[in-house]
Design a protein. Sequence first.
Length: 151
Amino acid sequence: MKSEIHAPQLGTPTARFSRQLSSTRRGARLSRLLAVQQLTDWGWARDSGTVQAAALLVSELAANAVTHGRAPGRDFLLTLMVTLHPGRATTLRIEIADTRGERLPAPAPNPQPSDEYGRGLLLVECLATRWGVTPRPPSGKTVWAEIQERR
């Protein structure tokens, strides 16, 4: 399992984007669209593997925030950060922050193909280089996933 708790971020971000969105299905959908647009604005091809993986990661994390991290009247925060590691790699970090710090994500132990829910974090594990959760005081959390491209 690649998930981590309280993992430090690698390096200093060279590009950053943040947007507060409503904790609704519409807000979750908009987060994916905004992420794809921002990544293409930063120079990734819309049909690249990184953008496609990032779109799925944002979709899953935002859907979880809207479904499990929602508090009435409170939004969630989408943040994208790019960190360049000279001569080695580029790291794209996706963060979704919500207000329900007591509800930590965990992959379903044995999801079945017929289950309607419970497979999203398994997808996150497959697509992300690493992922985890950090507390967001006073009462929230940030679920993050990183995609690392080797050069």
